[in-house]
Design a protein. Structure first.
Ligand code: ADP
Ligand code: MN
Ligand code: MN
Ligand code: MN
Length: 339
């Protein structure tokens, strides 16, 4: 007896990595073993020494195949079993371990856009749909495009046991969001990558593609982000740590260091319009959807909770944004005795 294990990994495509996967038949009862692939076809090796290693790090039920079949998210290693240059998870592992005692949690809001052919779903063959206004959390065939795909994706994520906390229709037609978390840094990032893979895979069956392009339609249309909500135990207990985390993100070269790692094309989305702050100006504020970092009104009212970094692009690497936020905020909280 055997089961099908779909090995999923992140490739070396620049500036934005792509997901890849292939199937291994594994004996029932056995854990998915180390495996390999041709790195010269994924921008991870040259043809003369093309072997890369897949190391399973997160396994969950495969909701598409069902039964005992599994999805197996992997880290990519070199043949000496050290992390491959494209392996951003390995760097997060170290930082997450160093600050584990602060119990960081993340909730990431993944926005994305469906396309059929070269147009966003809901955009007519010629011209444009009615301007933004009615689509966000809308209802009805004149405003909603792709709900059947969204529902199937949500069901698949829940069947896989992923920690999704909600979905909603977004501001532009064909644009949607799902939220993963709150979860620890490695968990949220692993599960977001698997949820992205399930999004592409689910949409495939409907003849639709999904993109994380941060600015899928030029002009007066919202971009697509990945707002990253963050807290530590002390932030969940009091307001002083909330303010300290917001200040830490604004210190010295932190704003630019963060923004540059928040996804290719981030300047095209963080224009200062469409519910964004300009990419080169750091700010934070309560309820402010035009700030880089927002403190939700409920958090100010309760005097504790979490902050929302609104800058990350939809195409951000969750291993990178969580590492930077833990590194910047937890180090500052430690220094301030708020750890
Ligand atoms: P928005 O109003 O910005 O659209 P959402 O409801 O889409 O907010 O997303 C809020 C996110 O914040 C969710 O993913 C949720 O899991 C996350 N979240 C809630 N509490 C915390 C917390 N204490 N720490 C980190 N993330 C949190
Ligand atoms: Mn949201
Ligand atoms: Mn949103
Ligand atoms: Mn948000």
């Amino acid at each position: 007896m055997s089961y099908k294990a779909e090995y999923i990994w992140i490739d070396g495509t620049l500036p934005t990595a792509k997901l890849r996967s292939k199937t291994k038949i594994v004996e029932t009862g056995a854990e998915p073993p180390l495996w390999g692939f041709d790195g010269s076809s994924t921008n991870q090796a040259d043809g003369r020494s093309s072997d890369c290693v897949l190391k399973p790090v997160f396994t969950c039920p495969d909701p598409l195949r069902g039964g005992a079949d599994a999805l197996v998210l992997c880290e990519v290693l070199d043949t000496d079993l050290s992390p491959h240059a494209s392996n951003t998870r390995a760097e997060l592992r170290e930082v997450a371990e160093r600050f584990a005692a602060q119990e960081p949690l993340f909730g990431i809001e993944q926005e994305y856009t469906f396309f059929r052919g070269s147009r966003p779903l809901g955009f007519p063959e010629n011209g444009f749909p009615a301007p933004q206004g009615g689509y966000y959390c809308g209802v009805g065939a004149d405003e909603i495009f792709g709900r059947e795909v969204v529902e199937a994706h949500l069901d698949n994520c829940l069947k896989a046991g992923l920690g999704l906390s909600g979905i909603n229709a977004e501001v532009m037609p064909g644009q949607w969001e799902f939220q993963v978390g709150p979860l620890g840094p490695l968990q949220v990032a692993d599960q977001l990558w698997v949820a992205r893979w399930l999004l592409y895979r689910t949409a495939e069956d409907f003849g639709v593609s999904a993109t994380l392009d941060p600015k899928p339609a030029k002009g007066d249309w919202n971009g697509a982000g990945a707002h990253t909500n963050f807290s530590t135990r002390r932030m969940r207990e009091g307001y002083e740590a909330i303010v300290a985390a917001c200040e830490a993100l604004g210190e010295g070269d932190k704003p630019l260091t963060h923004v540059r790692a928040y996804g290719a094309g981030v300047e095209s989305r963080l224009t200062g319009a469409h519910e964004t702050a300009p990419w080169d100006e750091y700010s934070y504020g309560v309820s402010d959807r035009g700030a880089s970092v927002r403190i939700p009104w409920q958090v100010e009212k309760d005097g504790k909770g979490y902050i929302e970094d609104r800058r990350p692009n939809a195409n951000v690497d969750p291993y990178v944004v969580t590492r930077l936020m833990v590194d910047t905020c937890c180090a500052a909280l430690e220094k301030a005795g708020l750890d």
